[in-house]
Ligand binder design. Structure first.
Ligand SMILES: [Fe+2]
Ligand SMILES: [Fe+2]
Length: 475
């Protein structure tokens, strides 16, 4: 069951060949996908041989096989975690009933919307990152970028499979739409705003994979609880791939900090101008990038009060993070939860029904998780003997969704006037000058084992290969 059939056009572990109609429909979508990859995937890299991991089974041990492949030849396919026998719905109004192997009519529209929204983010991030290969700080990093890109492509396949198999003609149309919308396109943008932003430089890329791929993790964890069993099984497998994306982000930021503190110690200075003259990214700039990516990403969880969130939960479509590990009644009818809003120029907490606040619950779980990496980055600074602490901004800072939308709140949670905001925003969010400076550092380094001046080498290579391994052969 968990072995993957690679003898077919579309590798899969779902016995695709037994469903000819579905197989034909997906084989019809496949060339459109490949065309999209050519047009919108990694720029100028189609002919490179890249040291990629490919899924060969869905067993937790050793599903990954490593080898040099041209990206257009990557074996994108459909991999679901094995079915759990007699799986039951474990939250919401249908608790205790058998998990659904098909889509119940009354939940069809909502499930389709959830799957399309998730599916839309996957190719969007590939589009956002498509030019980064031209300015990679090393072969090692270039390989990691491409690994993330091919796996986001596979996540698109995961959602398209569900659309084709369970949603008929509507699903096939949605699958086409996933290739037609494009990140940042004025006429036909991606669904969620964070996925229409640019990822213009490698610091942004590392921040994106740390913060925004982690949003992906939390959304997938919530969907892995779903009563719709095929969705739960496919998102469980996606999560095993997602871990590497967040590693790329966390270690990338960590190595950037490492290089900065090394130079700070060499030059015995924390003077931003001197550090910039030495070609490293000063810690206050890194803090502003954190503030930006953190705030934009927590908006992705949606409004703090949402009747949709209540419906999705009560009907069993989307659970909470680690639903199974919680000890409450998993129905949440009488429960309440605290959310924030601004009243009379002050931030206040108010209690609202928990079912309506489930976006906020997921956002808070995300915030706790994302602070862990910031603490680990601080240890790099501490170890170098430097007095500086990176922090996550207050969750009310720079928000564009829900009751905090547009409120002027500092990174430490003070409500300020428009005038103060305008005067200080350059200390809190990356300025044009910061971005131009970071962009000026982005030059391509391709010799094996060499790294751009602004980033330290990793402690070890990929799949126990040496750091100076030829991760990308340019041909
Ligand atoms: Fe993904
Ligand atoms: Fe990802």
């Amino acid at each position: 069951m968990s072995g993957i059939n690679y003898s077919e056009k579309i590798p899969n572990n779902v016995n695709l060949s037994e469903d000819r109609t579905l197989q034909r429909a997906l084989e019809h979508w496949q060339p459109n996908y490949l065309q999209w990859w050519q047009d919108m995937g990694p720029d100028g890299s189609q002919n490179f041989d890249v040291y990629l991991r490919t899924a060969v089974s869905v067993d937790p041990q050793g599903w990954a096989q490593f080898g040099h492949v041209k990206m257009p030849d990557y074996r994108w396919g459909i991999f679901l975690n094995p079915a759990e026998q007699d799986r039951k719905i474990h939250f919401g109004d249908h608790m205790g009933e058998a998990a659904w192997q098909d889509v119940p009519g009354e939940h069809r529209a909502n499930l389709r919307r959830i799957i399309v929204t998730q599916g839309d983010t996957e190719p969007a991030s590939v589009e956002q990152q498509r030019h980064l290969g031209l300015t990679a700080p090393s072969q090692y990093d270039l390989r990691n970028l491409f690994q993330v890109n091919v796996e986001e492509g596979r996540h698109l396949w995961a959602m398209v499979y569900l659309l084709h198999k369970y949603f008929g003609k509507d699903g096939r149309e949605e699958a086409e739409g996933l290739l037609e919308r494009n990140s940042g396109n004025a006429d036909n943008p991606r669904i969620l705003q964070a996925f229409n932003e640019k990822t213009p430089d490698w610091l942004s890329f590392f921040m994106f994979t740390y913060f925004t791929d982690r949003d992906g993790k939390f959304q997938l964890c919530a969907l892995a609880e779903s009563a719709f069993d095929p969705l739960a099984r496919t998102t469980k497998f996606m999560l095993t791939e997602e871990a590497h994306h967040m590693f790329v982000g966390e270690s990338g930021v960590s190595r950037t900090i490492q290089r900065t503190v090394d130079v700070m110690n060499q030059l015995k200075t924390d003077d931003v101008a001197k550090l910039r003259a030495a070609g490293v990214i000063d810690l206050p700039t890194i803090q502003r990038y954190i503030n930006f990516h953190f705030s934009v990403t927590i908006d992705l969880f949606g409004a703090d009060q949402s009747s949709n969130a209540a419906t999705f939960y009560s009907s069993g479509l989307k659970g909470r993070y680690e639903e199974g590990k919680r000890t409450d009644d998993h129905v949440l009818k009488g429960n309440s939860y605290k959310i924030l809003s601004v009243e009379d120029g002050k931030l206040v907490e108010k209690e609202v029904p928990m079912l309506n606040a489930l976006n906020e619950v997921l956002r808070d779980d995300y915030i706790t998780d994302s602070k862990g990496g910031i603490e680990r980055w601080n240890r790099v600074i501490e170890k170098a003997g430097i007095q500086f602490k990176l922090t996550a901004p207050h969750k009310a800072f720079h928000r564009n969704i829900g009751s905090l939308s547009g409120a002027k709140i500092t990174p430490d949670g003070r409500v300020v006037s428009e005038a103060e905001w305008n005067a200080k925003v350059g200390e809190w969010l990356p300025s044009n000058e910061d971005r131009a400076y970071v962009a000026s550092l982005m030059g391509r380094v391709v010799e094996p084992g060499k790294f751009a001046n602004w980033i330290a080498p990793p402690v070890m290579g990929i799949n126990r290969q040496p750091v100076d391994f030829d991760y990308v052969r340019f041909n």
